[in-house]
Design a protein. Structure first.
Length: 220
């Protein structure tokens, strides 16, 4: 599992709780850009740390996948450091890993804002160009596909649109999961230090916060 961290230590702590709650043997590689501050935070969780400048973001994230290559994994899961996968979702991923699928991703996603205590459900992209594209978080990529990419998932020229940068390169057997239809959960945590305020965007609606607070009770 690979991710990058920048500020928001309280959110990274929740990410770490999410990983530990999976209770699986997962190597986690984190790229950070705040020197000893981020290094100590990451290594305290037992994760591998890489120090690198925060920009360009694609270069920062590619550093994590290149490091993952040294571990020779069958799959790499790309995460934001504010994203949580439920145990049941990862078990669902494993079904498709065992079937040797090259790419597994989520069509929709759940959100929770720490400041307002509001929760939301995003139903996925519905414009013609991106319909059936996956959310950027939680993309699971096979070794075969990573080898084809040279273990660099993102083009540096696309640093401002990492999700689309990867999406256009996906080939092979794909499994796109609709969380709501499958009764599964993946969560994006928003905090007061987010660059943009928590609000609804296209194909998103507020939901009862207790749904998220109960499902991810170990986070709160």
């Amino acid at each position: 599992m690979v991710t990058g961290v920048w500020k928001r230590p309280e959110v990274f702590k929740m990410f770490a709780k999410g990983v530990h709650h999976l209770n699986m043997d997962i190597d986690v590689i984190v790229a950070g850009s705040e020197g000893d501050k981020s290094r100590k935070m990451v290594e305290a969780e037992g994760f591998q740390y890489i120090e690198i400048t925060n920009q360009p973001l694609a270069l920062k994230m590619n550093t994590t996948t290149l490091a993952a290559a040294d571990l020779n994994p069958d799959y790499v899961i790309c995460m934001g450091s504010d994203d949580i996968l439920s145990v049941e979702l990862l078990e669902h991923y494993k079904i498709w890993m065992d079937k040797k699928y090259d790419f597994i991703g989520c069509q929709d996603f759940y959100f929770y804002d720490l400041k307002s205590k509001k929760a939301a459900y995003w139903g996925g992209y519905r414009d013609r160009r991106r319909r059936m594209h996956t959310a950027g978080a939680g993309r699971c990529i096979s070794k075969r596909l990573m080898d084809r990419w040279g273990w660099r998932c993102w083009k540096v020229s696309d640093s401002d649109m990492l999700d689309n940068s990867m999406q256009g390169r996906i080939r092979g057997k794909q499994r796109i999961i609709n969380l709501k239809n499958e009764g599964l959960f993946a969560l994006d945590i928003k905090s007061p230090t987010n660059m943009t305020p928590f609000k609804l965007w296209d194909n998103t609606k507020f939901i009862d916060s207790e749904i998220i607070e109960n499902k991810f009770d170990y986070l709160f």
